[in-house]
Design a protein. Structure first.
Length: 128
């Protein structure tokens, strides 16, 4: 029997409030946890079965999305979506700006890319 339930990417962010706002207000995520009490510097946001941990480390510690280190590294998170077409329509109606529109790509995946305020690229999709 397996004990694994899910994986949660950990993104270093510059501004926790702005990051949480993007995920909750724009992508329809919910706040699952914030810490520490009084002056939060990290949060877990999620939607359905996925979560992302966001943490503001210190003013000198900046986000480092994969593509800023290796230009060929397209994404920081692959988010499996059973119906990327419906999710794309939802996000389009919400005014989301896409890094890559909904398409079947050269890797045999159908989906789209969104870039968050810290430069992290999220792919929402599934194999074709």
């Amino acid at each position: 029997m397996t004990n694994l339930n899910f994986i949660s990417p950990f993104f270093i962010v510059e501004d926790l409030k702005a990051s949480v706002s993007f995920y909750t207000d724009q992508l329809g995520f919910e706040i699952r946890y914030t810490g520490a009490d009084g002056d939060p510097f990290w949060a877990i946001v999620g939607r359905d079965n996925i979560s992302i941990m966001l943490k503001a480390i210190a003013p000198g510690v900046k986000p480092m999305p994969n593509h800023t280190i290796h230009e060929w590294a397209r994404w920081d998170a692959y988010i499996s979506a059973a119906d990327p077409d419906t999710l794309y329509e939802e996000y389009s109606l919400a005014g989301i700006t896409f890094k890559q529109a909904l398409q079947n790509d050269g890797d045999g995946l159908r989906g789209f890319e969104v870039i968050d305020p810290n430069g992290y690229v999220l792919f929402f999709g599934r194999p074709v």
